[in-house]
Every structure is written in C-alpha cells, then in structure tokens.
Write a protein that binds this ligand. Sequence first.
Ligand code: FES
Length: 84
Amino acid sequence: MSSKLTYNGKQYTLDEEATLLENLEKQAVSVEFHCRDGHCGACRSQLVSGDVSYTTFPMAYLKDGEVLLCCSKSKKDITIKSLS
Ligand code: FES
C-alpha cells in the first residue's frame, strides 16, 4: 500500500522519491516556492504529523514544527498544512 500525503486536509498519493513540493506539483496543487533549494523559506509549511528527511541542508529559518517542502521527502504517511 502506498503512503499518503495530506495537505490542507486533502489526501494525495505520496511518491517517496520526490520532494514534498514535487509531490504537490505533480498533483496540480498550488504551493508557494521560490528558490527550490532550502534558502528562501517561501515553501515553509507546518508539519502536522509524520517525519521528513532533507535532500539538502535547510538554510531558511524554521520554527519548531515547520518544514521546507522544496527539499524534504517522506517515506511514510505525512500531514502538512500551509502557513497562510
Ligand atoms: S522554495 Fe526556497 S526554501 Fe523552499
């Protein structure tokens, strides 16, 4: 059974090899981003449940419970919410 990505209350199939940003883009979900490299923080989102691993060191400032969608992946079910 494949893992699920829940974003703003909607459920999507999770591709574990793609970043969370790529996952949402593939499913035509509109997400804020800019650098796509962990620097600008435009893709910061709230991690509601689950875990991520980073593909590059996240340089942008993150508060507790926030993740950068552009450079993180998940291997299990994950729930995230936009900050705005
Ligand atoms: S798009 Fe810049 S940190 Fe993710």
